[in-house]
Design a protein around this ligand. Structure first.
Ligand SMILES: Nc1ncnc2c1ncn2[C@@H]1O[C@H](COP(=O)(O)OP(=O)(O)OP(=O)(O)O)[C@@H](O)[C@H]1O
Ligand SMILES: [Mg+2]
Length: 274
């Protein structure tokens, strides 16, 4: 039986990673507002002797676990990077440098390359913004439900595009770029918008803000690749599409890892056996 697990206790989700008896990577997640479930899980897995731990909810989880296990703490940023580097290799990406954009509850952006890695910035616009705005605007607060509804929505009646402004003229930049997220609502006669459309537009806003910022850092650091991670991308093809299209338009290469939200947990696990 496996002895080690990695845990990334994040603002919304607590992610867990371990290699099972057949050396396969197993990933699980728990809501961070119910850390008792992690404790329960550990009680059911007495084989676990050591925990690699990272994330902003580390102290809370430590209190919950008391002194049950030996704990090896690693800074979130270090864990994420370790995990991303491991997963990139596993998934066949050969890159030396990249911007890493972690779309968690909030978004943090890092640069790795030239043998160094630094946090370059971030934004409060992230997965928490998607769920929060969705809840305020439509009453839906379940992530799966929100993304499912959003996938059936269209943004064209809510977002203002560049070509909507430059009517009948040549546009100075691509006409189908968003000129103003939600900008059409305020300048057109009041109409009811379906929830699906509102949610698709919220998702567009979140994706475009994050991509815009990531691209600026990629240009500053002169790197081609942007690796997008974080559970906000999990089972969320539409957000990935928003991000991929915009990144490609700006001549950068978007990379999405299969195990989107688990880089931190994987890094915390790998850190134990360093
Ligand atoms: N089952 C789920 N429950 C809640 N949110 C989910 C779920 N699956 C995906 N999400 C989305 O993922 C986001 C959280 O992503 P992630 O787990 O990467 O962040 P975190 O590590 O908890 O937060 P942070 O890194 O900012 O502390 C949520 O805000 C939500 O948009
Ligand atoms: Mg996180």
């Amino acid at each position: 039986m496996f002895k080690s697990i990695g845990i990334d206790a994040g603002g919304t989700l607590t992610k867990m990673a371990y290699f099972n008896e057949r050396d396969q990577l197993v990933l699980e997640s728990f809501p961070s507002n119910d850390l008792l479930r992690v404790k329960e899980w550990l009680k059911q897995h007495p084989n676990v002797e050591e925990i690699g731990l990272t994330g902003g909810r580390t102290e809370q989880l430590r209190e919950q676990l008391e002194t049950m296990k030996s704990i090896e703490y690693i800074l979130e940023f270090e864990a994420t990077l370790k995990g991303v580097q491991y997963l990139l290799v596993q998934e066949g990406h050969e890159i030396d440098d990249a911007i890493i954009t972690n779309i968690g509850t909030g978004t943090s952006i890092h640069y790795m390359g030239n043998g160094q890695h630094v946090r370059v910035g971030g934004t409060g616009v992230g997965g928490g913004t998607l769920v929060g705005l969705a809840a305020l605007l439509t009453g839906h607060r379940d992530f799966k439900e929100i993304t499912k509804l959003a996938s059936n929505g269209v943004r064209e009646n809510i977002d203002l595009l560049v070509r909507d402004i430059y009517q009948g003229m040549d546009t100075p930049i691509a006409g189908d770029l968003t000129a103003s997220n939600f900008g059409k609502v305020g300048i057109t006669a009041a109409t009811e918008h379906p929830q699906e459309d509102i949610l698709a537009t919220v998702q567009g806003l979140v994706g475009e803000v994050i991509t815009t910022l990531s691209i600026q850092f990629a240009e500053q650091k002169e790197t081609e690749h942007i690796v997008y991670i974080g559970s906000t991308l999990a089972d969320n093809a539409d957000l990935q599409k928003v991000i991929a299209n915009y990144t490609l338009l700006k001549k950068h290469k978007p990379i999405f890892l299969q195990d989107k939200g688990y880089a931190g947990a994987v890094g915390a696990l790998l850190n134990i056996n360093k």
